[in-house]
Design a protein around this ligand. Structure first.
Ligand code: SAM
Length: 242
């Protein structure tokens, strides 16, 4: 795999990821605010603000979790049909609950429990594929990109927001914060140090900006580009299926 894991480790990773998000689902939104000091909201606003959303677009937001991206897209493009996919039903349940509290037209939103590596959708179906802070948790990143390519229509776009490689000069500070402070916050706020330790480590193992862009091209995407946010703490990768 891209992480150099053996098969046993792959099974372990899938189990671990499942456990992590089942554990954190209820505290997920609070923890995002705490760990990023609220900045994840700005990253998500910027990400969704930059999407090209055709009228009546069919959108798949994979690893959509508790709906942060889907709700933003719905507010921007109320006529779009948005499918929120996630492997974890607990996260989707929190999303559904939020949807009924927010001002969301539920006929334009549906929730599907699915693995991003094997999508239960037909070829050439969606206009837009989004995924925010999810692909890093998948065992086979290449399979996710191949599936995204398959389900997009020709002309369809992909945009992925993910943690990335921070600017070298800021790395010591960032490492100190994430290795020392985040697991402690996890312990205090969610009574779950291990899950947050895992999240920090998974960020370090993920391909950097250029490596990730190369993977897009390898799966057949054209017009591949990326943009760094906050010194590369995260990046947005974009591409198009011709
Ligand atoms: N997109 C949301 C956001 O930006 O707030 C949620 C991101 S959350 C950090 C990661 C999500 O990825 C979790 O909800 C988890 O269940 C989901 N996930 C992990 N592996 C997955 C897979 N193989 N297929 C689909 N979803 C997956």
């Amino acid at each position: 795999t891209h992480f150099g894991f053996t098969d046993v480790d792959e099974v372990e990773k899938e189990k671990k990821v499942h456990e992590v998000f089942a554990n954190v689902a209820k505290k997920y939104d609070l923890m995002n605010d705490a760990m990023s000091m609220g900045v994840h909201r700005l990253w998500k606003d910027y990400y969704v603000g930059g999407l090209q959303i055709p009228r009546e677009a069919k959108i798949l937001d994979m690893a959509g979790g508790t709906g942060d991206i889907a709700f933003r897209m719905h507010r921007r493009a109320p006529t779009a049909h948005i499918t929120v996919g996630d492997i974890n039903q607990n996260m989707l349940d929190v999303g559904k609950e939020r949807a009924s509290n927010e001002n969301v037209n539920l006929s334009h939103l549906n929730f599907v429990c699915a693995n991003a590596e094997h999508l239960p959708f037909s070829d050439d179906f969606f206009d837009l594929f989004t995924m925010s802070f999810g692909i890093r948790n998948c065992t086979h990143v290449d399979k996710v990109l191949a599936e995204a390519f398959r389900v997009l229509k020709p002309g369809g776009q992909i945009a992925i927001l993910e943690f990335s490689a921070i600017n070298e000069s800021l790395k010591p500070l960032y490492d100190a914060y994430s290795f020392n402070i985040i697991p402690v916050m996890g312990q205090i706020l969610a009574n779950d140090r291990d899950s947050y330790q895992y999240l920090v480590e998974s960020i370090r193992k993920f391909p950097n900006q250029q490596e990730f862009a190369n993977m897009f091209m390898k799966e057949g995407f054209s017009s591949v580009s990326y943009e760094n946010l906050t010194f590369g703490i995260c990046s947005i990768h974009r591409g198009k299926k011709m």
